[in-house]
Write a protein that binds this ligand. Sequence first.
Ligand code: Z57
Length: 799
Amino acid sequence: MKLSKKQFKQDFEQRLITKFATDVTKAGPQEKFAALASVVKNYYSKIWQADNEYKDESKKKQTYYFSIEFLPGKMLKSNLLNLGILPTVREGLEDLGVDLDEIAIIEPDMAIGNGGLGRLASCFMDSLASTGLPANGNGIRYRYGLFKQKIVDGYQVELPDSWLDNGNPWEVRRSDKAIEVRFGGEVWLEDDGKGNLIPQYKNQERVLAVPYDTPMVGYENTTVNNMCLWRSEVPKDLDLQFQNLEYMRQTAMLSSELYPDDSNYDGRLLRLKQEYFFVSAGLQRIMRHYHSTIKAPINQIAEYIAVHINDTHPALCVPEFMRLLVDEYNVPWDRAWDLTVKVMSYTNHTILSEALEKWPEDMVKTLLPRIYQIIVELDRRRTAELLPKVGATLVHNTRIIKDGQIHMANLSIIGSHSTNGVAKLHSDLLKDVELHDFYEIYPERFNNKTNGIADRRWSQIANERLSTVIDETIGKTWRHNLNDLKLLEAYKNDTETLERLDAAKFDDKQRLAELIKERNGITVNPEAIFDVQVKRLHAYKRQLLNVLHILKLYFDIKDNPELDMVPRVFIFGAKAAPGYHYAKSIIKAINEIAGMINNDPEVKDRIKVVFMENYNVSLAEVIIPAANVGEQISLASKEASGTSNMKFMLNGALTMGTLDGANIEIFDAVGAGNYFKFGLTKDEVYAYYKNNNYNARDIYEQNPVIHRILDAFIDGTIPNISMEGPEIFDSLTTYNDEYFVLRDFKDYVRAQKSLETLYRDKTAWTKATLMNIANSGRFSSDRTVREYAEDIWYIKPKQ
Ligand code: Z57
């Protein structure tokens, strides 16, 4: 949009008066943020309304992205950038003596997601709008987002994230569009005399779903999409009936908290309620819009809407859509099923068995009696139809209902026309191994969509210094088309460019060093290698492997105090699910090891270990630009994709990585010389499973280096871990090291040595850095959502 600095200053000062009866000299930071956000909202509102009108009139097909998590982080700068007014606003504020960064920091992170899955959903929201694709998000407006993490005596302590205390300037509450969602009670079918079976209900629990719309502003275009988040409330006509306080409490609880587990399934009733709540509300809103605005016959609905099931949490979309079609719109069962499969599509994000959702039949039957009937009927018809075609084994292995449980992945695959994995390797594993039986029956449904990131947030916003260097080298077209970063390759031997890249990285490292000083009280040397592992704490991601390597270096120094090594700062950021005991023990161990090493005078600052508390999107925006190395060290086959690997690459950090998830595609893009590869391949991992011949204790007993490192956990070398030390030690020995940490250790140490060697050659290192940036174009989520639009949703961009 067009905006002069003068106009902006006027708008901002005026808003401080109308909102808070104050001026720039007296306003507090919260007031300045709220006034600025309000001005920005005013700027995009007209575009939003116009785009809504355009969508209504053109009636083009739209996607509805159903996700139980979104993780946008802060929205102010993203909105300013996308509106094309970030520099104008920054300068205007400067004139008024206000620092934009000091205002931006006031906004709480919107953290209604856990990690990769939620962040991916938000990257998609940005990219869908920025590529002009008509799409909507659908989720839950949790009153409390992901817990805030404090570290106390080395332990993780969780505090509530009460992110709405000062209001949310971006959301619009739409009470007029509230919808009722019903749970429990009894249901039976009655013949209406015309041969139709009409469900009758008794004693249902009614919940009001109120939508809150948040605009998703496209990057320098005219698209503004909508992310709809639902809040649960007691229906107005029940407000005065105080006879059931427990019911009132339950209703409020529905949208009060995000479940804090990442890649792990928690089978609680409240979670199932949340899943149905946002699914039913979302689909009902779609149906209303279809009838009020699209006004096409119901049997054409697949030409106007696509519904995406992000992991299995929204899998009830399948039976709920059937219910709406069959019960509410009198569509015959077979026709309704055909429409459902055409409308739905599904993404699988993991093969970890502990993450796969299975709900007990009884639970579904009691909570959602009509949905249960529909699922049983779907399963019955499918079994009858397929038995003669594919045989009993395949049918049994792929049934929706098995052993008294409803398998949500099976429901999602069967009820949709597309199932995709999130990186090539992961999609291959789905076809060849994990979902092979489904692949035999429905080969045409399977496809890959390698994840991507909203590059604008992770470069233009988070790393202005690097962005400027890139502009000065190859011009600005990369800001619109990330593939143009490839132009950088022409400068890979240009000393001046390499020096500038290096200087930008040094600035970013200094900025992080200051934050570390302020938060952790640790002084780190910005000349050191900044070696970073930031992601949820999970055994399969193997933060422990990183820790064992740190201990190896530490003992090397203890054995040889004059050891010549490039100084390293190991930086960790990780939240553990509150109920994940082992993950919390790793956090405690990291912090105790940090204390031990950082305070050992003999180390002479050659190693520093920093655990930064409360890792979240906005902390990532400071840490990742400052990284020299990104640790992507999951056991091959376990990390479906990973997305921080792409953020590191884009910011000129080199990957220390296994051949897992999207790492493989990064390796292919940058070439062997610009990536530190180590570890078992997925085939080697699967061979161990097949032959059942992994023996971790043998490694412990035969490798003296590993022996000594592991003993440090139980012999008092590492202080204050008398509970955690033995737990970790036993997991690696007695319990046979589930994720082959010991098996990959030696090769990891080798790769780390070669990393150190390359870092000593500054030119060679920076050149590798440049090659990473230059080849990161493919990992823009603009590319990813375009592929979804073409291959799965059949939607077209506006321009
Ligand atoms: C989650 O963050 C992911 C998968 C899940 O099944 C759940 Br539940 C949460 C992550 C994967 O672990 C990452 O590898 C992947 O990059 C991300 O989803 C986005 O696809």
